[in-house]
Design a protein around this ligand. Structure first.
Ligand SMILES: [Cu+2]
Length: 378
């Protein structure tokens, strides 16, 4: 989507908003099934500080003051008392940057959890995680589930870092608008961290990543039959290549952030985010990152999607009372199970068993007692 097209979408969005205002006396989003996620949390009387659910669980280390004084994710089972903070890459201490990329690399080197997916030998935890993205790609892109499923996916990723690789630092996000047209200058693409990001001009060939913590990795996801991509230029067993296409990264400007968060309808905002900064960031980083299903092969995926999540969070903060439901989400199957019948905010978000499912309602507000995080700035 070009920025001009996004402006048109914004104009339509405003007309729709006026239309709704004219026909509903309350003037709010017309949804009969709005679910307030802040009201009446389940088991409120039990007030357990920790849920038994793995994904909700806040580690002992993390519910108390950490060694380094960092706090985060403190919840009393009712509200999010002290959220974990996701830190923009440049605001992370060098030591945290190093331990973050090492922890991600650790997921790549760690043998797959037994009896877990996918069922083939020689896989790593990271490949399992990437595989989950491949199988979920058709429902998790181009639909209203794009934002909630990827939020859940980021939480699964964070929990794997903690459980499998002992990571205790904050999850980083990358404010790409600060690097418009020069992603290479972001500080991510150095020998110490993600490795090189060469500029690719017309017809240039993107090299394999041979420097940095992820040098010479392949991330073989195996069969790509479910990857839902028509472009076969990135086969799963090839090296991970990367290159900056500045005609695309040059589109990553702050105007998108404000335009998307100005939308009144969830679906319009989602489309604006997905086809705006999300798409330009992916495509601007070359052929591995531009594959919708298999882009997780490049670990930079996660700092990118952390930024996408930040955009949704900003939108939600614009109207915390009203933006508490995905009014138009219909029932979709994420796992083929019985949960498929439930739609809207009750739609189940699945990681195919890596961690317990959550629902859309669980992740609509990052500052609820279940997921309890926010970003270092908005
Ligand atoms: Cu995705």
């Amino acid at each position: 989507m070009s920025f001009e097209e996004a402006l048109q979408l914004a104009a339509q969005d405003k007309q729709t908003a006026q239309h709704i205002t004219a026909h509903t006396p309350e003037g709010s989003i017309a949804s009969g099934s709005s679910i307030s996620i802040l009201s009446t949390p389940p088991n409120a009387t039990e007030s357990e500080p920790h849920s038994s659910d793995d994904l909700d669980e806040q580690d002992e280390e993390n519910t108390d003051q950490n060694d380094d004084g960092r706090q985060g994710g403190i919840t009393d089972g009712i509200s999010c008392l002290n959220p974990r903070i996701r830190v923009e890459w440049r605001n992370l201490a060098d030591e945290d940057k190093r331990s973050y990329v090492r922890a991600v690399r650790c997921l790549m080197d760690k043998p797959a959890k037994s009896n877990q997916i996918p069922p083939s030998a020689g896989n790593s935890v990271y490949v399992q995680l990437a595989w989950v993205h491949v199988v979920m790609a058709p429902v998790a892109h181009g639909t209203d589930l794009f934002l909630p499923w990827h939020r859940y996916y980021m939480l699964v990723f964070e929990q794997l870092l903690r459980d499998e690789c002992g990571y205790r630092g904050p999850l980083p996000w990358w404010d790409e608008t600060r690097d418009m047209g020069n992603f290479a200058g972001s500080g991510l693409f150095t020998d110490e961290y993600f490795g090189e990001l060469p500029e690719i001009k017309d017809g240039g060939v993107e090299p394999c990543i041979t420097t940095g913590v992820f040098a010479n990795t392949t991330i073989d996801i195996g069969s790509r039959t479910q990857s839902n991509t028509s472009n076969s230029s990135s086969t799963a067993s090839e090296c991970v290549t990367r290159g900056e296409h500045r005609e695309l990264t040059g589109q990553v400007h702050w105007g998108w952030v404000e335009l998307c968060e100005g939308m009144t309808q969830y679906t319009n905002m989602r489309e604006c985010v997905e086809q705006g900064l999300h798409a330009y960031g992916h495509n601007g980083l070359g052929r591995v990152m531009s594959q919708p299903a298999t882009s997780v092969r490049d670990a930079v995926f996660f700092v990118h999607h952390s930024m996408v999540d930040w955009q949704w969070k900003r939108w939600h903060d614009g109207d915390r009372e009203g933006r508490t439901t995905l009014a138009t989400t219909t029932a979709m199957s994420m796992d083929g199970g019985a949960a498929a019948a439930r739609g809207g905010s009750e739609t189940v978000l699945s990681s195919r068993g890596l961690y317990p499912d959550l629902t859309v309602a669980d992740v609509l507000d990052t500052e609820n007692y279940r997921i309890c995080y926010r970003h270092d700035y908005s």
